[in-house]
Design a protein around this ligand. Structure first.
Ligand SMILES: O=C1O[C@H]([C@@H](O)CO)C(O)=C1O
Length: 553
């Protein structure tokens, strides 16, 4: 195993992700940030330098469990103090498991500002993947707004509430086309055909392939808001990996991907090599106001600029949830390569997801509490038993049996909270995520929930309110997918199980950036007394500053 060092300067720069100039967060002048590539068992060391001048910074390594390094999880106010302007900080952690991951900002809405990149972990030297491929491509998916993230944040925390709306573009590897379409000649829309120079910042990167080969596409979604559907003209995709775990191979015409998820799919280039084909990315789950993102599957020896003669693949209707559920239910563990869930749980926590109001401000709440993060990060304050750093009261374990999840709340008012679910070390925890109606009638939205520090087994999805009597027996304990992100469908529930074997304080939250910003998350803590040697740089703020060698100075 190797130790791999990276030196990163993070700062703002002008960039045109979708052919319109904006300000983006860049790493070493790159957007998206540089791809980290390593082998399972390696240690990654990122020497970070904050050049934002007026803003703090942290980076979260999404999908990496941070075994024995909970302070390197990169969550502001949870695992560490924010890194101040001009301040250096070193992230050092092990990538223990092969898979497709990514990294992103986890302070305010910095992910939406473009602070993200890919993290690819190959199998350890001498080991083999349980499938074959001749080459691979990496597709990091995101959505993009022309309004600055600062304006978005102000709108979300204003009364009256100003919603961010749908994105202007979806991006593939940081590239999209706002004012034109690569496929304008196929639709009867008013968009004009793109005339983009090959070296333009918004020029799509074609996937250049040889005929009759198998390629692995590594696909990760770091969208702020949108659920996506990816399809490749004339080519089926065989899903083989989800969130860094192998899945039972399944062939699909198109695939859904929610924010926070990653997949690997295999494609075989067995179509006519005289043509190129579309790779098309469209919005699902919310009424789209964003044209599909496009790039080209470019068969050698055609030039990449040769546009496909067929129209882009038609994606399922945005609100065809039957299609979404059918895809999601097809993703099952590759049993020979996946740990089995314990057959019983020690504690089951029900989490009701509601859109709420606090003094007229619009929020999201879990069991009627909207998360606000404390100024002293939990990891340090819990490790050192400091009083007054956060709400000492444990948040509720369940919600009222009488709550009608099909209707807007009778009383939509909730409260702010910073309490922690303290989980006993080495026990099995079940989480029942319960969706409900939002503030407006007949609206219930998709929320992809992401857990830090763990993978969980997704035991099942269901409709309406979870019932112990009827739904318990339907849970899949045989081959549930092992993941770090799982969606709740409108008016439905999702059942998760995990084992508290990783000492630390871990966020569990909706991966939709504005929703987290509006309070849609909870905090879990386990075995914090076992955490050793938290670096001073991670606790040099708030109530823990005085515990550091130089008193936080
Ligand atoms: O949090 C949200 O707020 C809006 C809407 O509910 C109110 O404008 C929306 O679509 C969200 O996902």
């Amino acid at each position: 195993a190797k130790t791999r060092h990276f030196r990163w300067d993070v700062g703002y720069m002008f960039w045109s992700p979708d052919c319109v100039e904006n300000v983006v967060m860049a790493i070493n002048g790159q957007f998206p940030g540089p791809t980290i590539r390593a082998r399972a068992g390696d240690t990654i060391v990122v020497h970070l330098h904050n050049k934002l001048h007026t803003e703090g910074l942290v980076i979260h390594w999404h999908g990496i469990r941070q075994l024995e390094t909970p302070w390197a999880d990169g969550t502001a106010s949870i695992s560490q103090c924010v890194i101040n302007p001009e301040e250096p900080f070193v992230y050092r952690f092990k990538v223990d498991k092969a898979g497709t991951y990514f990294y992103h900002g986890h302070y305010g809405m910095q992910r939406s500002a473009g602070l993200y990149g890919s993290l690819i972990v190959d199998v350890a030297e001498g080991e083999k993947e349980p499938f074959h491929y001749d080459g691979e491509f990496n597709l990091l998916l995101s959505d993009w707004w022309h309004q600055s993230v600062h304006e978005q944040e102000v709108g979300l925390s204003s009364n009256p509430f100003r919603w961010i709306g749908e994105p202007q573009s979806v991006l593939i590897n940081g590239r999209g086309q706002y004012n034109c379409s690569l496929a304008a000649h196929f639709n009867n829309s008013t968009s004009k055909l793109c005339k983009i120079k090959g070296d333009a910042q918004c020029s799509p990167h074609a996937l250049r392939v040889l005929p009759n080969k198998t390629y692995r596409l590594r696909i990760a979604s770091t969208t702020s808001l949108n659920s996506l559907n990816l399809a490749i003209g004339n080519h089926k995709m065989v899903v083989v990996e989800a969130d860094g775990n192998y899945v039972d191979p399944v062939a699909v015409e198109n695939m859904d991907i929610y924010s926070g998820e990653s997949y690997s799919v295999l494609i075989t280039t067995d179509q006519s090599p005289s043509m190129n084909y579309w790779v098309s990315l469209s919005v699902r789950g919310r009424k789209p106001n964003t044209p599909p993102g496009l790039t080209i599957l470019n068969y050698y020896p055609n030039v990449p600029a040769k546009l496909p003669i067929l129209p882009p693949p038609v994606s399922p209707l945005w609100n065809n949830y039957t299609h979404s559920k059918s895809f999601t239910n097809k993703i099952l563990a590759l049993e020979s390569k996946t740990p089995k869930p314990p057959t019983r749980f020690n504690r089951r926590i029900y989490l009701l997801n509601t859109q709420t109001k606090i003094n007229g401000f619009t929020k999201w709440s879990i069991n009627n509490i909207s998360l606000v993060l404390p100024s002293t990060p939990y990891l340090g304050s819990m490790k050192h038993n400091l009083k007054g750093a956060f709400d000492p009261k444990s948040p509720p374990e369940r919600f009222s049996h009488h709550y009608d999840v099909m209707k807007p709340a009778a009383n939509p008012n909730s409260t702010h909270g910073s309490g922690v679910y303290v989980l006993e070390f080495n026990t099995t925890i079940d989480i029942i995520l319960q969706n409900a109606n939002a503030l407006a009638e007949n609206v219930s939205e998709i929320h992809p929930w992401h857990l830090h520090g763990h993978d969980f087994w997704v035991l099942g999805y269901g409709e309406g309110k979870f019932s112990e009597k009827n739904d318990e027996k339907k849970l899949n304990l045989k081959n549930p997918p092992y993941r770090n992100t799982a969606v709740i469908f409108p008016y439905g529930w999702t059942a998760l199980r995990f084992v508290t074997d990783n000492p630390g304080v871990w966020a569990f939250h909706c991966h939709i950036e504005p929703h987290l910003h509006m309070g849609m998350g909870v905090i879990f803590a386990e075995g914090v007394n076992r955490v050793k040697n938290i670096p001073d740089a991670a606790i040099g703020c708030g109530l823990t500053a005085k515990l550091t060698k130089n008193n936080g100075l």
